[in-house]
Design a protein around this ligand. Structure first.
Ligand code: ZN
Length: 190
C-alpha cells in the first residue's frame, strides 16, 4: 500500500469513528485509524499470496499412494464480504493423490490464503478445492468448511450458535458414493 492510499484509508476510518458518534480526536482513538488500516493489511494478506507457489514443492515417492489423505480442523478466520464481519471455524480437506503429494502444511496455507480475503463461505470452500484440482490434479478432493458468522450472531437476526457448513467435492469424491462416504466417515465427529 502506498503512502497516499494509506492516508486516505486512515481518513476514512476517522470518518467512520465520527459516523458512529465518537470523537476521532479523542486520545484513546487518536491512533486507531493507523491500527485499523494495519489490521486490515493482516486480515486481508491473502490477496498477496501466490497460490501456485504454495504447490511448487511436490514430494516425490508417492506413486503408490492412492489412499485418502485428510487434514481436519484447519483453522479458518475470514471476513464476510457483505459486512466485513469475521467468520471463523474449521476446514476439513481430503484428497486422493494421483502420483504426487504436497506438503501437508501447504494445504493449511492454501486455506489461510483464501481465508484472508473478503469472502462468502461457499466461494472459499470452492476456491480451496479448485486450487488443489488445478495444481495437484488428484483423483479426488473433498473440502468441508464449518463456520460461525458474526454478521449473523452480533447483528441482524442476532442468532448465536449457528454453524454454517459448506462442501465442495471433486473427482471421485464427487462421482463415487463410496469414496464420498469414506471421506465423511473419516471427518465425522471431529
Ligand atoms: Zn455478512
Amino acid at each position: 500500500m502506498d503512502d497516499h492510499t494509506r492516508e486516505i484509508a486512515e481518513e476514512s476510518i476517522r470518518f467512520m469513528l465520527k459516523a458512529v458518534g465518537d470523537d476521532p480526536a479523542r486520545a484513546g482513538v487518536l491512533e486507531t485509524p493507523q491500527r485499523v488500516v494495519k489490521a486490515w493489511g493482516e486480515w486481508f494478506a491473502g490477496y498477496n499470496t501466490d497460490i501456485s507457489a504454495l504447490f511448487k514443492t511436490f514430494e516425490d515417492g508417492a506413486e503408490n499412494v492412492d489412499a485418502m489423505v485428510i487434514l481436519t480442523n484447519i483453522p479458518v478466520f475470514s471476513h464476510c464480504e457483505h459486512h466485513v464481519a469475521p467468520f471463523h471455524g474449521v476446514a476439513h480437506v481430503g484428497y486422493i493423490p494421483n502420483g504426487r503429494i504436497v506438503g501437508l502444511s501447504k494445504i493449511a496455507r492454501v486455506v489461510e490464503a483464501f481465508s484472508k480475503r473478503l469472502q462468502v463461505q461457499e466461494r472459499l470452500t470452492n476456491q480451496i478445492a479448485d486450487a488443489m484440482q488445478e495444481h495437484l490434479q488428484p483423483l479426488g478432493i473433498g473440502v468441508v468448511v464449518k463456520a460461525q458468522h458474526t454478521c449473523m450472531s452480533t447483528r441482524g437476526a442476532c442468532v448465536t450458535g449457528v454453524d454454517t457448513i459448506t462442501s465442495a467435492m471433486r473427482g471421485v469424491l464427487q462421482n463415487e458414493a463410496s469414496a464420498r462416504a469414506e471421506f465423511f466417515s473419516l471427518i465425522k465427529g471431529v
